[in-house]
Design a protein around this ligand. Structure first.
Ligand SMILES: [Zn+2]
Length: 109
């Protein structure tokens, strides 16, 4: 007979733990998604997922989530208007593929 455990595994709880780790790392420090991925031990893809959530959900009156946009290392084009947080694949100007990753930090007000 299958019996459901009283306290089932809740992915939301795990997400919250990871988000708290990201928040505490970013407070006053600058990280790329790759750095965060190495620190926390989850994939970059998952880091970006959480960062997008943090960007939308953090209380802006107390936490200022700041992004240093991605930069083309070849022509210095800055990806300012990029809505998504992930690193772009190619530069639209010079077609260079050497892109400085976006960097993230949180400043407490
Ligand atoms: Zn470029």
């Amino acid at each position: 007979m299958e019996k459901k455990p009283r306290q089932p595994f809740i992915p939301v709880a795990r997400s919250q733990t990871i988000r708290q780790k990201i928040l505490s790392l970013l407070e006053g420090n600058t990280f790329s998604a790759r750095d965060l991925s190495a620190e926390i031990g989850v994939s970059e893809k998952e880091i970006y997922y959480h960062l997008e959530h943090i960007q939308k959900s953090t209380d802006k009156s107390s936490h200022n989530f700041m992004i240093t946009p991605a930069l083309c290392k070849r022509c210095n084009f800055v990806f300012r208007k990029r809505d998504r947080l992930t690193k772009p694949g190619k530069c639209p100007i010079c077609r260079g593929e050497s892109i400085q990753e976006p960097l993230f930090t949180i400043k407490k007000q």
